[in-house]
Design a protein around this ligand. Structure first.
Ligand SMILES: [Zn+2]
Length: 216
C-alpha cells in the first residue's frame, strides 16, 4: 500500500478513536450533571397542612405556595458573626429583645440560622442526606418565625467575638444559655420545638438550639 494512504488511514483511526472516547466522556459528564440538578421534593400529599403559626412536626407541612409575611434583616448584634439573618418582623423584634435581655443576665446568644427558602432547605438535605432535616415545605425555618441559636463569646458582659470561651466547645444543650432560654424564652413568644419529651409527637430528635415563635 502506498505510504501516503497508510498515513491517512492511521490518522483516520486515531481521529475516530479520539472521537469515541470524547463522546463517552461527555455522556458520562452529562449524566453526572443530571444527578446534581436540584429537584425539590414535592410536599407529601398525605401530610396534614398547617398554617405555620404553631409548630410543624414530621407529618405536617405548609400550604404549597406558602411564603412568610415581611422578612426583615436582623441587627448585627443578633446575627451570628459574618452572617445575614432574616425573620418575620414579629420574630425579629422579639428575638432581638430576648438577646438584649439575655446579655443583661450575662448570657451571650446570637442567631445562627433563621428564614430558609425551600431551595436552601433542599441544599441542606443534599449536603446531609442521612440526617433528620425537614423536607422543603415542612421546615419551621420556612415560616420566618424559627431560629437556631448559638452561644457567643463575651467580655465584660458584652458580646466579643474576638475572645475565646472554652465552654462553647460543648453542645448547646449543656450551656447556661440553654438553661436561660428554658426559663425565659416563653416570655418572648418562643418555644423549643423538638425536645426529648415530645419526640414521639414531633418525629424529630431533640434540637435544643431550635426555637420557634408561636403567633396568633
Ligand atoms: Zn432549626
Amino acid at each position: 500500500m502506498n505510504q501516503k494512504i497508510k498515513i491517512i488511514i492511521g490518522i483516520l483511526v486515531i481521529w475516530a478513536a479520539t472521537l469515541s472516547i470524547l463522546t463517552v466522556y461527555l455522556f458520562v459528564q452529562a449524566n453526572q450533571l443530571d444527578d446534581r440538578v436540584v429537584v425539590l421534593e414535592p410536599v407529601k400529599l398525605d401530610c396534614e397542612i398547617v398554617n405555620g403559626k404553631k409548630h410543624i412536626y414530621k407529618n405536617q407541612c405548609l400550604p404549597e405556595n406558602y411564603e412568610p409575611q415581611v422578612l426583615t434583616e436582623l441587627s448585627k448584634r443578633a446575627s451570628w458573626l459574618g452572617t445575614y439573618q432574616y425573620l418575620d418582623i414579629r420574630a425579629k423584634m422579639s428575638i432581638e429583645q430576648l438577646i438584649v435581655d439575655a446579655e443583661k443576665d450575662g448570657m451571650c446568644l446570637a442567631v445562627v440560622s433563621s428564614y430558609r427558602s425551600k431551595e436552601e432547605q433542599q441544599r441542606l438535605i443534599d449536603d446531609a442526606p442521612l440526617s433528620h432535616i425537614a423536607f422543603p415545605g415542612q421546615s419551621e425555618h420556612h415560616t420566618g418565625l424559627a431560629v437556631d441559636l448559638g452561644a457567643c463569646p463575651m467580655k465584660d458582659g458584652k458580646r466579643d467575638d474576638s475572645v475565646e470561651r472554652l465552654e462553647l466547645k460543648n453542645p448547646f444543650g449543656e450551656l447556661l444559655e440553654y438553661q436561660w432560654l428554658k426559663r425565659n424564652a416563653e416570655k418572648y413568644g418562643f418555644e423549643e420545638s423538638y425536645r426529648e419529651d415530645n419526640r414521639s409527637e414531633t418525629g424529630y430528635p431533640p434540637e435544643p438550639w431550635h426555637w420557634k415563635m408561636i403567633v396568633r
